[in-house]
Structures are given as structure tokens and as C-alpha cells.
Ligand binder design. Structure first.
Ligand code: OAD
Length: 241
């Protein structure tokens, strides 16, 4: 890739005071977590839109838990990669930094990132569909579908599904950070799932520089000031160092 392009991206990142990093499944791809819309992301030929919905859970909670347990067992075995670590490093050196992620795998925190907004929740958290109690823990071997220890109703993954609203406090913080930042670094998202997909547009409208890191073109590419085509684990360490 063009060394000059990377040098320009590095310069913009060093210059920026308020930085937002927005990440999606692509940043964890090189750790071995399949993306949703890539070929390996398909599970038993279902698309995420068929599985990640409250209706699918109501219809067949066992199927949905099987999918989540498949993803949990994958995530349990992997480690953060150089891309996650580069963003953790950026947080150390930046004046003002927030990481907004659509990922539920927790790899950013394992890499050392602290100011992380998990817009879609965390895969290791479950919520009771009856009493709302939250259960946390890296549990891979559980009897599915699991039930609440307090009220015996079904537990569900505490993640945001299609058709559900995001936590409004998190979303408001993400919107505010996007409107106030000088630079948004967008990595590994296909930019098709709302409302996360709108955040780069809000940042751009408010005058921020947009840098995109992705091997493919996305709906965000046309508004990116700099587009770096390639994998996050290779590119991010070069531009965030
Ligand atoms: P997607 O699977 O839609 O997109 C992954 C993106 O990562 C694509 O644009 C790929 O080109 C890119 N990519 C692949 N390998 C990469 C690499 N090594 N480095 C950088 N980029 C790479 O994932 P998301 O955009 O995160 O939501 O999907 C958004 C949401 O849709 C997810 O949070 C999930 C899903 O359904 C819910 O479950 C609610």
C-alpha cells in the first residue's frame, strides 16, 4: 500500500486532539473471529439477520443459544491482535479518545482499551427475560437454553438484536463524541447496520477528518478523507504508533 497515504494518516492522527475510533467485526477477523457478512461468518447457512432477532429467539431459543455458544467458544480461544493493541496504545497517547465498538467479543478491553463503548453489548453477559437480572461470566459449557437462577425464566444473550433499541445512554454518548471529535478512525465495519453506520456521517458533517481501514469499499468510503485498503492488524500499528 501507498506509504505516503499511511504517513498522511499518521500525521492526521498525531495532530488530532479529539479522537474517536469506530470498530466492527473486521478488526477481530485476524484474531480468528469470523465477520458477520463474510463467508465464514455464516453459521449453518443462516444469516445474522435471521438469528439476531427477538422473534428468532421467541421461536427457537435453543437454536439461538447454539449459535451464541458457537461464537462464545470461538471467542474464548482467541486473543487480541496488533490492531486491537494499536488502538489501546492510541488511547494512551491521545489527549481525548473514545473507542466505539459494535463488537461483542470484548477483545478491545483484553488488549488494554479502557474507554470503550460497547454499542451492541457483550457476548459474555446474559439477561433474564423474566426478571431482567444480568449474569456475567465467561461460560462456554452451559446447558442450553439457560435459565435464571432466581426466577427460572429463560436467559437471553445481553446483546442488541435487529429491531431492538440500543442503550440510549451509550448511543447518546457515541453521537456526542462523533459530533465533537476532530478525527474518526473507522475500522472493520461494513457500515450497513444502523445507528452505528451513521456515526461517521455525523462526524464528517461536524467537520472531522475520517480515516477508514478496511480491505473492501463500504458506504463510508465516499466520505473518507483517507481510505486505507488492507487488514487492521497490519495497518493500525503503522498509523497509530
Ligand atoms: P460485518 O461482518 O458486516 O463487516 C465486517 C467488515 O470488516 C467488512 O467491511 C470487511 O470488509 C471488513 N474486514 C474484513 N477483514 C478485515 C480486516 N482484517 N481488517 C479490517 N477490516 C476487515 O461486521 P460489522 O460491520 O461489525 O450486529 O457488522 C455490524 C453489525 O452487524 C454487528 O455488530 C452485528 C451484525 O449483525 C448485531 O448483532 C446487532
Amino acid at each position: 500500500m501507498d506509504a505516503e497515504l499511511k504517513e498522511r494518516a499518521r500525521g492526521e492522527i498525531i495532530k488530532a486532539r479529539g479522537l474517536v475510533a469506530l470498530t466492527g467485526a473486521g478488526i477481530s477477523a485476524e484474531s480468528g473471529v469470523p465477520t458477520f457478512r463474510g463467508r465464514e461468518g455464516l453459521w449453518r447457512s443462516y444469516s445474522p439477520e435471521e438469528l439476531a432477532t427477538p422473534e428468532a429467539f421467541a421461536r427457537n431459543p435453543t437454536l439461538i443459544w447454539e449459535w451464541y455458544q458457537w461464537r462464545r467458544s470461538l471467542i474464548d480461544k482467541v486473543s487480541p491482535n496488533a490492531g486491537h493493541r494499536a488502538l489501546a496504545h492510541l488511547e494512551e497517547v491521545a489527549a481525548d479518545f473514545i473507542l466505539i465498538t459494535q463488537n461483542v467479543d470484548g477483545l478491545h478491553q483484553l488488549a488494554g482499551s479502557r474507554n470503550v463503548l460497547e454499542l451492541h453489548g457483550n457476548i459474555w453477559r446474559s439477561r433474564c427475560t423474566g426478571c431482567g437480572r444480568i449474569e456475567e461470566g465467561r461460560k462456554v459449557d452451559i446447558k442450553i437454553p439457560p435459565r435464571c437462577q432466581e426466577c427460572n425464566q429463560l436467559l437471553r444473550p445481553a446483546v442488541v438484536w435487529f429491531g431492538e433499541s440500543l442503550n440510549t445512554i451509550f448511543l447518546d454518548r457515541a453521537i456526542q463524541a462523533s459530533r465533537e471529535c476532530d478525527l474518526m478512525l473507522v475500522t472493520g465495519t461494513s457500515g450497513v447496520v444502523q445507528p452505528a453506520a451513521s456515526l461517521p456521517f455525523m462526524a464528517k458533517e461536524a467537520g472531522a477528518v475520517i480515516i477508514e481501514v478496511n480491505p473492501d469499499l463500504t458506504p463510508i468510503t465516499p466520505i473518507a478523507d483517507l481510505s486505507l485498503r488492507g487488514g487492521a492488524a497490519q495497518i493500525l500499528p503503522e498509523i497509530c504508533g
